[in-house]
Design a protein. Structure first.
Length: 374
């Protein structure tokens, strides 16, 4: 589509908080680098280093990071046993949140964390995230625990550990692109929650847990099952307009459309769209891509809204054979990188974040003793 979206009547007012981490005004930038170039030229781990450390890593720095993560890629047996005892109907996002809580119990920290402390904790957490998710996911499917794979990229190992399948070069690249595009996006609700916790001088993993709790909310959870349910309900592109109208009778917006900041298209959606289409072609899902295009046109005709990042992200993860229950946890894995950078940045400020509220309740009134209240 080549539409230009009209301003939404629901557009949020922006605050004037300052950050050096990312810019979502105009071109999407991480530390000054266009994200389009990072998706094309870098890897998730390189982008992680950039977002948290401020510059792209040298070969030696990247090798050191990979070595640290390889050594940290192990879960204590007590944590594995705890996850094994959880009911199988517990959502994967709750497994991830619980796992971080358990990891925090054994993570010693000083009252004042240095940026290097946060960096070291982030590397361990990124190494253990796939194990937390894969342990539960594989137990539920009768698979043996995932073994370390030094021959795969971070995205490739994440894919293999969750599917027990070797990723194709395209699948590995696609998941890597998803992780890069999801890693940071300024002051989203989850990032703001993480910064509030950081501003109280709490520890980094507490900030991560706060971010996960916010990310679990249906209004901020990243790619979800709803988009796939709608796509699967539309049997052909011709049926898209009627399905869209039916959905809009029940809901204000179509899942996967509209964004609270972007007045035109979401640049992450535009970057992921061609990769998503390539994956669909590789796995034989082009019919769903054609249905998706028809839905986009129908939503435009009805509301003049363009797809958000969630729309191609949900499709692409679905094409990769990943369960929808994993979509938000995968988003969390990536966004933890941004939370780490914001935690460090927030520590440079001298006071906690203390928003004010406008009181709109009852005016001052006299107190009546209990005996006079009837």
């Amino acid at each position: 589509m080549s539409h230009s979206a009209v301003p939404s009547p629901h557009m949020e007012k922006r605050t004037n908080s300052e950050t050096t981490i990312s810019s979502i005004d105009g071109d999407l930038l991480y530390r000054g680098y266009p994200v389009s170039e990072l998706v094309e030229e870098s890897s998730f781990l390189e982008t992680t280093f950039l977002i948290v450390q401020g510059n792209l890593p040298s070969q030696e720095q990247l090798a050191d990071m990979q070595a640290v993560m390889s050594e940290a890629a192990v879960l204590e047996q007590d944590i594995v046993n705890f996850i094994e005892r959880l009911p199988l109907n517990v959502p994967a996002i709750d497994i991830l949140r619980t796992g971080v809580n358990l990891l925090a119990l054994s993570d010693a920290y000083e009252e004042e964390l240095s940026p290097n402390d946060v960096w070291e904790t982030l590397q361990r957490l990124l190494a253990q995230y796939p194990l937390l998710l894969a342990t539960r996911h594989r137990i539920a499917r009768g698979l043996e625990p995932a073994e370390p794979r030094d021959d795969l990229s971070y995205a490739g190992y994440l894919y293999w550990s969750l599917t027990d399948r070797e990723p194709s070069p395209l699948a590995e690249r696609a998941l890597d692109a998803f992780l890069i595009l999801s890693a940071e996006h300024e002051l989203t609700p989850s990032t703001y929650c993480a910064r509030i916790v950081a501003s109280t001088r709490s520890d980094f993993l507490s900030s991560v847990i706060a971010g996960i709790c916010a990310m679990k909310g249906v209004w901020h959870g990243g790619p979800g099952r709803q988009a796939i349910d709608i796509l699967e309900a539309v049997e052909s592109p011709a049926a898209a307009p009627s399905i869209v109208r039916a959905v809009l009778k029940q809901y204000e917006r179509m899942p996967g459309f509209w964004h609270r900041v972007y007045r035109t298209s979401d640049p992450r959606s535009e970057l992921l769209r061609p990769i998503c289409r390539d994956v669909a072609l590789e796995v034989g899902k082009m019919n769903m891509e054609e249905v998706s295009s028809a839905i986009e046109s129908a939503v435009w005709d009805e509301q003049q809204f363009l797809p958000s990042y969630d729309w191609p992200a949900a499709r692409m993860l679905h094409y990769l054979g990943l369960d929808s229950d994993l979509f938000v946890p995968l988003f969390v894995i990536s966004r933890t990188v941004g939370w780490a950078a914001h935690f460090i940045e927030q520590q440079q400020t001298p006071q906690p974040i203390r928003p004010r509220a406008v009181y709109v309740g009852q005016p001052e009134r006299p107190f009546l003793p209990l005996s006079e209240r009837g």
